[in-house]
Design a protein around this ligand. Structure first.
Ligand code: FPP
Length: 242
């Protein structure tokens, strides 16, 4: 019997959850969990490139994360700064193209320049697209897209009949990026938390119990196996290879 060769999802999105609980289990401060989370992120990027995934999107800081205690917010921002400063050269060397999605309004100018520099430096790369969702909320992203479209409508550049799913997609931060095939959430919770709501219309979800700092090549491979067992029909009836 012919078996279907396993398909590698073109785009994997990850909600990296469970840093705080990982730390609490060890009697450590939450910051230790976030630090270990950055190591897990490095492993995930390497694994994604090894698996031949084209796009890896990670949820690094949500629009709602500002409501955490100020000290934790500062720590997360410092981790992002450090990650960009320390890892971008290496990622660039490995052929990784970085794209940041999320709002840059009201961000500290220092952070905005770091984000812009990382994108500029790596824009010619094509081994793996690393999409970092930072200060990202999907409802906010959709609202910004609707605003941009409303402005074009008001100026007469487009008419109401021109509004389509394609036009909306083109006005999102993720414009030009294919929708995720697979979304992995670690940490045992099963929710979407304002992440890629529009883009995940036909995404397969895999929830894993392990906390993000424990994420490994093996856990990633298991999630890909799970994805491969799915029958993706995109609302139709014909089975399409996962
Ligand atoms: C969720 O764990 C994780 C976050 C809110 C931040 C994710 C950040 C990292 C993995 C490290 C930073 C990444 C970059 C690119 C700088 P949680 O704190 O919600 O854990 P809990 O649910 O156990 O409390």
């Amino acid at each position: 019997m012919l078996t279907r060769p396993p398909a590698v999802p073109r785009h994997v999105a990850i909600i990296m959850d469970g840093n705080g609980r990982w730390a609490a289990r060890r009697g450590l401060p939450r910051s230790a969990g976030h630090k270990a989370g950055v190591d897990a992120l490095r492993r995930a990027v390497k694994a994604a490139a090894d698996f031949g995934i084209e796009y890896l999107t990670i949820y690094s800081f949500s629009s709602e994360n500002w409501s955490r205690p100020a000290a934790e917010v500062s720590f997360l921002l410092e981790l992002l700064r450090r990650f960009i400063r320390q890892d971008v050269a290496e990622l660039h060397h490995a052929g990784v193209k970085i794209k940041i999605v999320g709002s840059r309004d009201d961000l500290e100018p220092g952070i905005v320049s770091l984000l812009n520099d990382a994108e500029r430096l790596t824009r010619g790369n094509s081994k793996l697209n690393l999409v970092v969702a930072f200060n990202y909320g999907s409802k906010q992203e959709i609202s910004r897209a609707v605003s941009a479209i409303a402005n074009r409508l008001a100026s007469g550049e487009i008419s109401a009949a021109d509004i389509s799913p394609e036009l909306i997609s083109q006005n999102l931060d993720t414009s030009g990026i294919p929708d995720p095939d697979l979304l992995i959430r670690t940490g045992g919770e099963q929710r979407i938390s304002n992440f890629l709501l529009w883009q995940c219309a036909y995404t397969e979800f895999v929830f894993v119990d392990e906390f993000w700092p424990d994420f490994s090549h093996e856990i990633f491979a298991r999630a890909l196996d799970d994805f491969n067992s799915r029958d993706r029909r995109f609302g139709g009836i014909e089975a399409q290879s996962a």
